[in-house]
Every structure is written in structure tokens, then in C-alpha cells.
Design a protein around this ligand. Structure first.
Ligand code: VGL
Ligand code: ZN
Length: 242
């Protein structure tokens, strides 16, 4: 390029950048800046259990893919809580507990509509164990949920009767935590309900989308994102953190 042409090119490139509201330097900083995490933030790793990964009884497609990413994410947090779906044998959420019903049918229970699932995450079984590659030695609390035989609990905060608390809210508040980041399985059930209840309890809530996988039964994934958006749940990718 000749000098005059070159100067003209640079002048135009510069005005494009200014039109976008950024200097070249600012654009670079913007691309690289990560969310600042501290003592008031917690990562909640939802239900990364054998039953929910390929080979399990309620397998979420590609559910195993998120395990290494979650291990990496956890290193950025001072506070990490793990959850385990932890059902009794013959749990009310199992299709096998309802004569004539099959998995993914819906029934009306005392507390509302319940989707019926294959038997999964029965207390003390291999299927209920955390995935063997989940490696988060710094995790401070494992909260179990869904252990009342007649009540399900997708949410890590509140059972499906919408009255019975798991204790997670009080635990987090007692520790001065005001913002939770949620990842794990499944996006449209336990992750979404946990994030929604976090908002109801007054926490800032963010779902790390690529560190989750969904079940997506009858449009449930799109509906979950819609509900979360309306409730003020933020949606980010892991690159905003790591
Ligand atoms: C879940 C269905 C039934 C979940 C748990 O972890 O998302 N989904 N139980
Ligand atoms: Zn369950």
C-alpha cells in the first residue's frame, strides 16, 4: 500500500472502531475481561450423577461432556455446593410407582403436576453416586434432595410441594453468599428450578449454559430458558469465567 492510501485506510478503520464505541485497546480488554468472583459467590453443581449420564437410567444426552468443564469452573470459586438427587425406593416421581403409567407420562398429585420418570438416583445405589470424574475437592456442602417418598424436588432449595425447604437458602445466607452460578444436569429441570428458586430467595442467579445439558421433553428446554429470563436469571457461557 502506498503511504497516502495506507493513511486513508487507517483513518477509516479508526472511525469504524469509534462508531462501535470502542478504541482498539478497549475492544481487546472487553474481549478478555472475566467476571470477578469472590466470597459472596457460590457455584452450585446440580446432579452430576451416574443415572443422568449416558448409560444411566435417566440419561441426559451428552451429560458426561460437561464434567471436565465443571471441574475447571469450580477452581474459580471460593464456594462450591454439590447436589444429589436422592430418592427413596418406590419414590412418587417414578413411573413404576403408578399402575398403568410409563416414564414421561404426567400425573396430578396433591401438590400439582408431576412428570413420571424411570427409576433413578435411589439412595445408596451406584446410580445415585456422583460421576467418577467429577473432581471438586474444594466443595463445601453436598445437599441431597427428593428424599421424601411422596414429594419430588427438582430444586436444590425447595421441594415440589413448594413449602418444604432443603436448608440451602439458610446455609448460603448464613455464609454471606448473595450470588449463585448454576451448572449441571438437567438444564430444563433441576438446574432451572434451582436457579428460579435462587431468585425467589433473593439471590442473583446465573446459569452457565455450556456447563449444563438438557432433557428437552416436549419443549421443556425452551420453556425453562423463557421462565428463567422472566425471573431475571442470567445466562452466560463458561468463557465469561474461565
Ligand atoms: C432431574 C428429572 C428427575 C434432574 C431429577 O436432575 O434434572 N430430572 N429427577
Ligand atoms: Zn429425580
Amino acid at each position: 500500500m502506498e503511504n497516502v492510501q495506507r493513511r486513508e485506510f487507517l483513518r477509516r478503520a479508526g472511525s469504524v472502531m469509534l462508531a462501535a464505541g470502542m478504541s482498539a485497546g478497549a475492544a481487546q480488554v472487553f474481549a478478555q475481561s472475566k467476571i470477578k468472583l469472590g466470597a459472596k459467590d457460590a457455584l452450585i453443581v446440580v446432579d452430576v450423577q451416574n443415572c443422568f449420564v449416558p448409560g444411566g437410567s435417566l440419561a441426559v444426552a451428552k451429560g458426561d461432556e460437561i464434567v471436565p468443564l465443571i471441574n475447571t469452573l469450580a477452581k474459580s470459586f471460593q464456594n462450591v455446593v454439590l447436589t444429589q438427587d436422592w430418592h427413596t425406593p418406590g419414590h412418587v416421581s417414578f413411573a413404576s410407582s403408578h399402575a398403568g403409567k410409563k416414564p414421561f407420562d404426567a400425573v396430578k398429585l396433591g401438590y400439582g403436576d408431576q412428570i413420571l420418570w424411570p427409576d433413578h438416583c435411589v439412595q445408596g445405589t451406584e446410580g445415585a453416586n456422583l460421576h467418577k470424574d467429577l473432581a471438586i475437592p474444594t466443595a463445601q456442602l453436598i445437599i441431597r434432595k427428593g428424599y421424601h417418598k411422596d414429594v419430588d424436588s427438582y430444586s436444590a432449595f425447595m421441594e415440589a410441594d413448594r413449602k418444604t425447604k432443603t436448608g440451602l437458602e439458610a446455609y448460603l445466607k448464613a455464609r454471606g453468599i448473595n450470588s449463585v452460578y448454576v451448572c449441571g444436569l438437567a438444564t430444563d429441570f433441576c438446574v432451572a428450578w434451582t436457579a428460579l428458586d435462587a431468585r425467589k430467595s433473593g439471590f442473583a442467579a446465573t446459569v452457565i449454559e455450556d456447563a449444563c445439558r438438557g432433557i428437552d421433553a416436549q419443549g421443556s428446554l425452551a420453556a425453562a430458558w423463557d421462565n428463567m429470563k422472566k425471573a431475571g436469571v442470567k445466562r452466560i457461557q463458561s468463557g465469561a469465567i474461565v
